[in-house]
Design a protein around this ligand. Sequence first.
Ligand code: XMP
Length: 509
Amino acid sequence: MQNNVLILDFGSQYTQLIARRVRELNIYCEIHPFNKIPENVETFKAVILSGSPFSVRNEDAPHPDLSKIRGKVPLLAVCYGAQYLAHFHGGKVEPSETREYGRANLSIIKDKERLFEAITENSQVWMSHSDTIKELPENGVRLASTQDVLNAAYRIEGEETFAIQFHPEVYHSTDGKQLLENFLVKIAKVKQEWTPGAFVDNTVAELKEKIGDDKVVLGLSGGVDSTVAAVLLHKAIGKNLYCIFVNNGLLRKNEFDSVLDQYKDMGLNVKGVDSSARFLDALAGKSDPEEKRKTIGRVFIEVFDDEAHLLDDVKFLAQGTIYPDVIESISVNGPSATIKSHHNVGGLPDFMKLKVVEPLRMLFKDEVRRVGAEMGIDPELLGRHPFPGPGLAIRILGDITPEKVRVLQEVDHIFIQGLKDWMLYDKVWQAGAILLPINSVGVMGDERTYEKVVALRAVESTDGMTADWVNLPYDFLQKISNTIINRVKGVNRVVYDISSKPPATIEWE
Ligand code: XMP
């Protein structure tokens, strides 16, 4: 990809945010861990050093060799990066006397500095550090201060090297995006060419080149990532893309048929495989959440393997992996325990021995949606809420029976359709219903009932890592509750989940 910007990650929680802000400027960038600086670093158009949880004064803190970067490629050092440059080149970094965390305002900005073009005094910035730069490094020129931080920004005379103590990537830094634009566009002269259209053109050309006339198999889930990956591949190789869409019997009401029809309308070469009975049989009597997840994962692999074997001569397996998964697997802190390792290649099912192609591996979720829109995918499909792979199995607490699936599908359908009818669906990040393993007493007409309780859950979030419950209108909740109790046999009570994550989670299992 041309016009590369390299972000060297020192392990800050904000590193991904830097990348997102850069991409919002229509500039392509990649994150690499500080201890794996790419060989061809001199060919990058600009380098950004991230923050870090470490103190530069610690012996085990990241101390990368920047000799191939400094003075050769325009460099912006953020927070830890700024301290790192100071500490090792004649400056002084010491623990701060005052707490330097949270909002601050730039009180003095040196006149006519390119990094601060269109940024005025008092601009709010976000600080998060416990060390402070007491003395600038050799040839350092102070560019800005705040009330508590004398050296809030500096540059190095004679180099295109800039350093800032605050975090421009965080929204609380009001002019953060402007500062990144000043650095990347005005100083480093990077072109703003990273657009969804350019991504589609480049990726389709690369996929054609890589795959040639070979066949590719891909598992569609009905979700945004696998759908966008399929449409990109379809553009590149047409009918040589074989999509498999498995019904595990735990999808939403009517979802298997309607999504399958949608895929066919899009011209995809897709086979729907209804394995509901196989999944539900395997799940019978299992109530432990992890056991349910493992069972579904295992049966999925079996079904997919069976289907892949029906195809002759497949060479590639396509996956809808996106950038946050990739970053996690190469992160400074090492891959997290949740990332699957594929060490035991011998023991893997046959389809997993195929060559892997992941056309979305460099995209963030919002970029996947924009690429999907660029290719004309139905906005309704692109705006769908996330849905967990194990589906309703983890929303039926306890063991799973076909009858419980039916009840929950009805409840979920009323809730989701209601959100759409009341124009609330797009205001919610994820919503669903949970079937609780308890009965409660009710009264219908003159009869006493003893039936199931369902919980409704609707959350707002940006990435699912943290979430808060949505303040849905009482009128809406009242209407949905009445409809559910009147229409769904076996349910006599509806409750609304008002827990945030943390400490709760989005799903109940
Ligand atoms: P939690 O419950 O951990 O959920 O707050 C965060 C996000 O992850 C989804 N989720 C899953 N997705 N397989 C998946 O593919 C799973 O086993 C699974 N568990 C939770 C959840 O729906 C939410 O979007």
